[in-house]
Design a protein. Structure first.
Length: 257
Protein backbone atom coordinates (compact mmCIF):
# COMPACT_ATOMS: atom_id res chain seq x y z
CA UNK A 1 0.00 0.00 0.00
CA UNK A 2 1.03 3.59 -0.59
CA UNK A 3 -0.25 6.94 0.68
CA UNK A 4 -2.61 8.48 -1.86
CA UNK A 5 -5.79 10.53 -2.17
CA UNK A 6 -9.04 8.62 -1.82
CA UNK A 7 -12.67 9.41 -1.10
CA UNK A 8 -13.90 9.39 2.51
CA UNK A 9 -17.57 9.33 3.53
CA UNK A 10 -19.00 10.88 6.70
CA UNK A 11 -21.81 8.46 7.17
CA UNK A 12 -23.88 10.60 9.55
CA UNK A 13 -24.10 13.37 6.93
CA UNK A 14 -25.16 11.12 4.06
CA UNK A 15 -28.88 11.50 3.22
CA UNK A 16 -28.98 8.67 0.68
CA UNK A 17 -29.68 10.83 -2.37
CA UNK A 18 -27.42 8.65 -4.52
CA UNK A 19 -26.08 11.50 -6.65
CA UNK A 20 -22.49 10.53 -5.90
CA UNK A 21 -23.01 7.01 -7.19
CA UNK A 22 -23.84 8.28 -10.68
CA UNK A 23 -21.25 11.08 -10.64
CA UNK A 24 -18.44 8.57 -10.10
CA UNK A 25 -17.52 7.31 -13.58
CA UNK A 26 -15.48 4.49 -12.04
CA UNK A 27 -18.47 3.06 -10.13
CA UNK A 28 -16.62 3.26 -6.82
CA UNK A 29 -19.64 4.36 -4.77
CA UNK A 30 -22.92 2.63 -3.99
CA UNK A 31 -25.75 2.82 -1.47
CA UNK A 32 -25.87 0.12 1.20
CA UNK A 33 -28.89 -1.47 2.88
CA UNK A 34 -29.24 1.54 5.17
CA UNK A 35 -29.31 3.86 2.14
CA UNK A 36 -25.89 5.31 2.94
CA UNK A 37 -23.05 5.86 0.48
CA UNK A 38 -20.19 3.38 0.75
CA UNK A 39 -16.94 2.82 -1.11
CA UNK A 40 -17.23 -0.52 -2.90
CA UNK A 41 -13.51 -1.08 -3.41
CA UNK A 42 -10.57 1.23 -2.85
CA UNK A 43 -9.05 0.18 -6.18
CA UNK A 44 -12.09 1.64 -7.99
CA UNK A 45 -11.55 5.17 -6.58
CA UNK A 46 -9.19 7.41 -8.57
CA UNK A 47 -9.12 10.02 -5.80
CA UNK A 48 -9.90 12.95 -8.11
CA UNK A 49 -13.19 13.76 -6.36
CA UNK A 50 -15.65 14.08 -9.24
CA UNK A 51 -18.34 13.15 -6.71
CA UNK A 52 -17.69 16.06 -4.34
CA UNK A 53 -19.62 18.76 -6.19
CA UNK A 54 -22.86 16.79 -6.38
CA UNK A 55 -23.12 15.92 -2.68
CA UNK A 56 -25.74 18.25 -1.14
CA UNK A 57 -24.74 17.58 2.49
CA UNK A 58 -20.94 17.67 2.37
CA UNK A 59 -20.66 14.03 3.36
CA UNK A 60 -17.82 13.40 0.91
CA UNK A 61 -14.23 14.56 1.03
CA UNK A 62 -10.91 13.47 -0.39
CA UNK A 63 -8.27 12.50 2.15
CA UNK A 64 -4.71 11.30 1.80
CA UNK A 65 -4.04 7.98 3.52
CA UNK A 66 -2.57 4.53 3.01
CA UNK A 67 -4.63 2.73 0.40
CA UNK A 68 -4.46 0.22 -2.40
CA UNK A 69 -3.59 1.97 -5.66
CA UNK A 70 -6.31 2.95 -8.11
CA UNK A 71 -6.68 0.19 -10.71
CA UNK A 72 -8.12 1.58 -13.94
CA UNK A 73 -8.41 -1.86 -15.50
CA UNK A 74 -10.39 -3.24 -12.56
CA UNK A 75 -12.64 -0.17 -12.54
CA UNK A 76 -13.22 -0.54 -16.28
CA UNK A 77 -14.26 -4.20 -15.94
CA UNK A 78 -16.53 -3.34 -12.99
CA UNK A 79 -18.31 -0.53 -14.87
CA UNK A 80 -18.50 -2.61 -18.07
CA UNK A 81 -20.28 -5.36 -16.11
CA UNK A 82 -22.60 -3.12 -14.11
CA UNK A 83 -23.31 -0.20 -16.48
CA UNK A 84 -22.34 -1.29 -19.95
CA UNK A 85 -19.95 -0.29 -22.71
CA UNK A 86 -20.86 3.38 -23.02
CA UNK A 87 -20.31 4.04 -19.33
CA UNK A 88 -17.11 1.99 -19.26
CA UNK A 89 -15.67 4.23 -21.97
CA UNK A 90 -15.69 7.11 -19.46
CA UNK A 91 -13.57 5.39 -16.81
CA UNK A 92 -10.55 7.52 -15.91
CA UNK A 93 -7.24 6.24 -17.25
CA UNK A 94 -8.49 3.28 -19.27
CA UNK A 95 -6.32 4.15 -22.27
CA UNK A 96 -8.04 1.42 -24.29
CA UNK A 97 -8.99 -2.14 -23.32
CA UNK A 98 -9.43 -5.35 -25.34
CA UNK A 99 -12.98 -5.82 -26.50
CA UNK A 100 -14.90 -8.87 -25.24
CA UNK A 101 -14.23 -10.61 -28.53
CA UNK A 102 -10.54 -9.83 -28.30
CA UNK A 103 -10.50 -7.71 -31.45
CA UNK A 104 -9.30 -4.12 -31.49
CA UNK A 105 -9.93 -1.72 -28.66
CA UNK A 106 -13.06 -0.87 -26.77
CA UNK A 107 -13.91 2.34 -24.97
CA UNK A 108 -14.24 5.77 -26.50
CA UNK A 109 -11.77 6.10 -29.37
CA UNK A 110 -11.43 9.80 -28.67
CA UNK A 111 -10.03 9.19 -25.18
CA UNK A 112 -7.60 6.38 -25.93
CA UNK A 113 -4.06 7.37 -24.97
CA UNK A 114 -1.73 7.22 -27.93
CA UNK A 115 1.48 8.72 -29.22
CA UNK A 116 1.57 10.27 -32.67
CA UNK A 117 4.58 9.13 -34.63
CA UNK A 118 6.07 11.69 -36.93
CA UNK A 119 7.11 10.64 -40.42
CA UNK A 120 9.13 12.57 -42.94
CA UNK A 121 7.56 15.99 -43.60
CA UNK A 122 5.58 16.24 -46.80
CA UNK A 123 6.93 18.47 -49.53
CA UNK A 124 5.34 21.81 -50.38
CA UNK A 125 1.94 21.41 -51.98
CA UNK A 126 1.84 17.63 -51.43
CA UNK A 127 -1.60 16.14 -51.97
CA UNK A 128 -3.81 16.14 -48.88
CA UNK A 129 -1.51 18.40 -46.84
CA UNK A 130 -1.75 21.90 -45.47
CA UNK A 131 1.34 24.03 -45.15
CA UNK A 132 2.82 24.16 -41.65
CA UNK A 133 3.75 20.95 -39.85
CA UNK A 134 1.84 19.88 -36.74
CA UNK A 135 3.96 19.38 -33.63
CA UNK A 136 1.26 17.45 -31.78
CA UNK A 137 2.80 14.21 -30.53
CA UNK A 138 0.07 12.63 -28.36
CA UNK A 139 -3.69 12.18 -27.99
CA UNK A 140 -5.96 13.03 -26.21
CA UNK A 141 -5.13 16.60 -25.22
CA UNK A 142 -8.21 17.90 -23.36
CA UNK A 143 -7.61 17.89 -19.61
CA UNK A 144 -10.87 16.05 -18.91
CA UNK A 145 -9.74 13.18 -21.15
CA UNK A 146 -6.03 12.75 -20.47
CA UNK A 147 -4.80 10.15 -18.01
CA UNK A 148 -2.02 11.21 -15.64
CA UNK A 149 -0.59 7.73 -16.09
CA UNK A 150 -0.30 7.92 -19.88
CA UNK A 151 3.30 6.90 -20.64
CA UNK A 152 4.01 9.87 -22.91
CA UNK A 153 3.93 12.28 -19.94
CA UNK A 154 6.98 10.66 -18.34
CA UNK A 155 10.34 12.27 -19.14
CA UNK A 156 8.65 15.13 -20.98
CA UNK A 157 8.32 18.89 -21.18
CA UNK A 158 4.66 19.82 -20.63
CA UNK A 159 2.58 22.60 -22.16
CA UNK A 160 -0.71 23.53 -20.48
CA UNK A 161 -2.52 25.83 -22.90
CA UNK A 162 -5.80 27.71 -22.79
CA UNK A 163 -8.01 26.62 -25.69
CA UNK A 164 -7.88 29.94 -27.53
CA UNK A 165 -4.08 30.29 -27.61
CA UNK A 166 -3.63 27.94 -30.55
CA UNK A 167 -6.11 29.97 -32.63
CA UNK A 168 -4.63 33.33 -31.69
CA UNK A 169 -0.90 32.62 -31.90
CA UNK A 170 0.02 31.77 -35.49
CA UNK A 171 3.31 30.20 -34.47
CA UNK A 172 1.76 28.09 -31.68
CA UNK A 173 3.12 24.77 -32.98
CA UNK A 174 6.62 25.96 -33.73
CA UNK A 175 7.14 28.38 -30.81
CA UNK A 176 5.22 26.70 -28.00
CA UNK A 177 4.27 23.10 -28.76
CA UNK A 178 7.37 21.73 -30.49
CA UNK A 179 9.04 19.11 -28.31
CA UNK A 180 6.34 19.18 -25.63
CA UNK A 181 3.35 17.15 -24.54
CA UNK A 182 0.09 19.11 -24.53
CA UNK A 183 -2.89 19.58 -22.24
CA UNK A 184 -5.61 22.10 -23.12
CA UNK A 185 -8.38 23.61 -20.99
CA UNK A 186 -10.69 26.60 -20.72
CA UNK A 187 -10.92 27.98 -17.18
CA UNK A 188 -14.17 29.81 -17.98
CA UNK A 189 -16.25 27.31 -19.96
CA UNK A 190 -14.98 23.94 -18.68
CA UNK A 191 -16.21 22.21 -15.56
CA UNK A 192 -12.84 22.56 -13.84
CA UNK A 193 -13.59 20.39 -10.80
CA UNK A 194 -10.64 18.06 -10.39
CA UNK A 195 -8.39 19.97 -12.80
CA UNK A 196 -5.87 20.99 -10.13
CA UNK A 197 -5.75 17.46 -8.76
CA UNK A 198 -5.30 15.90 -12.18
CA UNK A 199 -2.49 18.28 -13.11
CA UNK A 200 -0.86 17.58 -9.75
CA UNK A 201 -1.12 13.86 -10.38
CA UNK A 202 0.59 14.24 -13.75
CA UNK A 203 3.47 15.98 -11.99
CA UNK A 204 3.60 13.48 -9.11
CA UNK A 205 3.69 10.25 -11.08
CA UNK A 206 5.87 11.41 -13.97
CA UNK A 207 9.22 13.09 -14.46
CA UNK A 208 8.31 16.44 -16.02
CA UNK A 209 11.35 18.55 -16.86
CA UNK A 210 9.58 21.84 -17.52
CA UNK A 211 6.06 23.22 -17.52
CA UNK A 212 4.84 26.01 -19.78
CA UNK A 213 1.41 27.54 -19.22
CA UNK A 214 0.01 29.57 -22.13
CA UNK A 215 -2.98 31.82 -21.54
CA UNK A 216 -4.79 34.67 -23.27
CA UNK A 217 -4.58 38.25 -22.01
CA UNK A 218 -8.32 38.28 -21.17
CA UNK A 219 -8.98 38.27 -17.39
CA UNK A 220 -10.85 34.97 -17.20
CA UNK A 221 -7.88 33.11 -18.67
CA UNK A 222 -5.68 33.88 -15.68
CA UNK A 223 -7.58 31.16 -13.83
CA UNK A 224 -5.65 28.52 -15.74
CA UNK A 225 -2.33 29.95 -14.58
CA UNK A 226 -3.59 29.88 -11.00
CA UNK A 227 -4.65 26.25 -11.35
CA UNK A 228 -1.20 25.34 -12.65
CA UNK A 229 0.45 27.10 -9.70
CA UNK A 230 -1.84 25.29 -7.27
CA UNK A 231 -1.13 21.96 -8.97
CA UNK A 232 2.63 22.45 -8.75
CA UNK A 233 2.35 23.31 -5.05
CA UNK A 234 0.06 20.34 -4.41
CA UNK A 235 2.32 17.90 -6.23
CA UNK A 236 5.50 18.97 -4.47
CA UNK A 237 7.29 18.67 -7.80
CA UNK A 238 10.38 20.73 -8.47
CA UNK A 239 9.62 21.86 -11.96
CA UNK A 240 10.48 25.05 -13.82
CA UNK A 241 7.25 26.90 -14.72
CA UNK A 242 7.16 29.41 -17.57
CA UNK A 243 4.12 31.58 -18.30
CA UNK A 244 3.30 32.88 -21.78
CA UNK A 245 0.52 35.43 -22.32
CA UNK A 246 -0.97 35.88 -25.78
CA UNK A 247 -2.74 39.04 -26.89
CA UNK A 248 -5.96 38.73 -28.88
CA UNK A 249 -4.15 40.07 -31.96
CA UNK A 250 -1.78 37.09 -31.82
CA UNK A 251 1.24 38.88 -30.39
CA UNK A 252 3.01 37.79 -27.23
CA UNK A 253 2.48 40.05 -24.24
CA UNK A 254 5.01 38.49 -21.94
CA UNK A 255 7.09 35.46 -21.16
CA UNK A 256 8.08 34.77 -17.58
CA UNK A 257 9.82 32.02 -15.69
Amino acid sequence: MAKRKIIEIERDLCDGCGLCTTACAEGALALDKENKAVLLKEIFCDGLGACLDVCPTGALKVEERDSAEYDASAAYKHVLKTRGQEAAAQVHGIGGHPSPAGHGMSGCPGSMAREIKKGAPAGPGAAGTISGASELSQWPIQLHLVSPHAPYFNNSDLLVAADCTAFSLGSFHQDLLKGKKLVIACPKLDDTAGYVEKLAEILKVNTVYSLTVAIMTVPCCSGLARMVDEAVALSGARVNVRKVVVNIDGSLQQKSA
